[in-house]
Each structure stands twice: as structure tokens, then as C-alpha cells.
Ligand binder design. Structure first.
Ligand code: GDP
Length: 301
């Protein structure tokens, strides 16, 4: 069994490779829920839906958000009638979100995800990191912003001074999943807003110390491959590099995969993490995704 900790862009790329080389029924994917919120009356769990769509080959992998080939009739009509929405939710994607909202209100988020995964014919387990509502605030030079306001309305442009998260409880079964896994993979996801929320759940760090954990750096050189990770790391005084990411995971990480471009950092990373693998980590095609997935699986003792 393999447990994967996931956000909504970098790790799903790796999942596309992993599901080609191992039986998806071997996978438990624990997904960040920090940014979940209601939009236009529906519950939006963007990272969970991205993982659901990735595993069922429906994902729009240009944006790592929504369903490929989706239409936006409802979104456009909402705008026409003076109800413009911040998120661009596609029609089919909205159906998923409506169903999830209804299931969640009846059974809770974890069961809702389980039912949706089953409906999509998936054999992997997709577990939201928490069933509780969480809040994230980005403290910037123009004031305190909601996550999606920062990301979409302000296009991640304001200077970030600090981040505030609320503390939530882990979903039942997460610690057991980690304890029962041959390996835990931390994909190249945003270490601040996707991975640290999972790491900060009660019992997770302790469970990881006793597991074989392998992570891929989302930072290459001195910047993130995409998204605001580098901005968030800077705000928290963490070195924006694979060395900085290594320092965040050093208490439990066994193997760290860094990019070929960071070969000059190998010695420094090695002072923090026992085993360092240097390879291509840019997953811009299926072969690259499969190669990286294979290297990770081969590293499992
Ligand atoms: P979010 O929920 O959209 O923020 O997505 P994630 O947290 O899953 O992923 C964002 C992180 O993935 C960013 O920090 C990127 O630098 C990293 N990332 C995206 N694509 C790649 C890739 O192909 N290779 C590597 N190494 N990192 C990537």
C-alpha cells in the first residue's frame, strides 16, 4: 500500500504517472482541504476534485482544475444576471460539486468523496485531510485576504507578509493509512498551503517518522514551477530552494527527490536528508510522469 499526500497541481501530475505503473487500488490519497469553501451555494473542494478527475482521466490538465472540454453556460448566465462568481466553475464540474454538497450535508465530506470516487469507477481511496471547515488567511501589504481572493482576484500579486491557518482534526483513517503503508509519497505540492496543513494534523508527523517517506521538491532553483509557493515560503522566512523544502520535512523524510537543475544543491540537501535522488522532476508529458513515479517506487526499501 502507498499513501500519497496531495495538493491540486504538482502531485496530481505525479498521480498520472503512478496510476500507470501501480494498481490504483494500492493507493490512498490524502488531500488538502484548507482552501475548501462555498461558492455560488456549492461546496468547492478544488484539490479533492482535481484528484478525483485526475484518477478518472477527466481532468482539464491545462489548468489542473475542472473537467476537460467542459462548458461554462451556467457560469456565464450567472454573470449576466448580476451574480458573477469568483471561480470559473464549468457545467459538468458544477454537477460534481452539487452532488458533493448534497452528499456531504447528509454523510460528511469523507463519505461524499468515497461515494463519488466509487461512482467514477475508481479503486483508489481518496480521503480529505479533514471533515472540518478550515480557514486560511493571507496577510498581505494590502490587508488580510481570503485565499481565493488572493489567488484569483489579486492574481497572487500582493506582497505576502504572513499566513494564518485554522487548526482542524484529521479525518478518521488517515493515521491508519500511513501506518499501514509501505511508503508515503509527498508529491511536489505547495509545501506551505497544501502539505503543511496535512502535516499539522494531530498524529500525522509522528506517524510519518515511523514510515518510509519520499518527497519530490516543488521548488527548482529559486522558484516554484508554478503557483505562489515561493512567495509563501519567503513570507515565512524559509529559503526558497530544495534546501528550504528539505528543512520543512527533515524530521521525517527518508528520501528527497530534487531536480537535475539543482545538482549543485545535492551536498547541502544531503546534510539535511539522508538519501537524495537527482533526476528530471519536470512532469510535462506522460513519460516524464511515469519515469518519476518509477524512480520513487524503486526507492522503497
Ligand atoms: P495547488 O493546490 O494548485 O497549489 O497545487 P499543489 O500544491 O499540488 O502544487 C503546486 C506546486 O507544485 C507548486 O509549488 C509547483 O512548483 C509544483 N509543481 C507543479 N508542477 C510541477 C512539476 O512538474 N515538477 C515539480 N518538481 N514541481 C511541480
Amino acid at each position: 500500500m502507498i499513501t500519497v499526500l496531495s495538493g491540486g497541481t504538482g502531485t496530481p501530475k505525479l498521480l498520472q504517472g503512478l496510476k500507470e505503473i501501480i494498481d490504483p487500488s494500492e493507493l490512498t490519497i490524502i488531500v488538502n482541504t484548507l482552501e475548501n469553501d462555498y461558492f455560488s451555494g456549492v461546496y468547492v473542494s478544488a484539490d479533492i476534485d482535481t484528484v478525483l478527475y485526475t484518477m478518472s482521466d477527466l481532468i482539464n490538465d491545462e489548468f489542473w482544475y475542472g473537467i476537460k472540454g467542459d462548458t461554462f453556460i451556467t457560469h456565464e448566465r450567472l454573470e449576466e444576471i448580476g451574480c458573477a462568481e469568483l471561480l470559473r466553475i464549468g457545467d459538468k464540474d458544477r454537477a460534481t460539486k452539487i452532488q458533493k454538497t448534497q452528499l456531504m450535508e447528509k454523510y460528511g465530506l469523507a463519505k461524499a468523496c468515497e461515494i463519488q470516487a466509487e461512482n467514477m469507477g475508481l479503486t483508489c481511496k481518496i480521503i480529505p485531510m479533514s471533515e472540518e471547515n478550515s480557514e486560511i488567511k493571507i496577510v498581505t501589504d494590502i490587508g488580510e485576504l481570503e485565499f481565493h481572493d488572493f489567488l484569483i482576484k489579486h492574481q497572487s500579486e500582493p506582497e505576502v507578509l504572513d499566513l494564518k491557518f485554522s487548526k482542524v482534526s484529521p479525518t478518521e483513517g488517515i493515521i491508519e493509512a500511513i501506518n499501514n503503508s509501505d511508503a508515503v509519497i509527498i508529491g511536489p505540492s505547495n509545501p506551505i498551503t497544501s502539505i503543511s496543513p496535512i502535516l499539522s494534523l494531530d498524529g500525522v508527523r509522528e506517524a510519518l517518522i515511523n514510515a518510509y517517506v519520499v518527497a519530490v521538491s516543488p521548488i527548482i532553483g529559486n522558484d516554484s514551477v508554478s503557483g505562489p509557493a515561493s512567495k509563501f515560503m519567503k513570507a515565512l522566512d524559509i529559503d526558497v530552494s530544495s534546501v528550504g523544502v528539505a528543512s520543512l520535512y527533515q524530521d521525517f523524510l527518508d528520501t528527497f527527490v530534487i531536480d537535475n537543475d539543482d545538482i549543485d544543491k545535492k551536498v547541502e540537501v544531503n546534510q539535511i536528508i539522508n538519501k537524495v535522488i537527482v533526476t528530471n522532476t519536470i512532469m510535462n508529458n506522460l513519460d516524464a510522469k511515469k519515469n518519476l513515479a518509477e524512480i520513487i517506487i524503486d526507492s522503497i526499501p
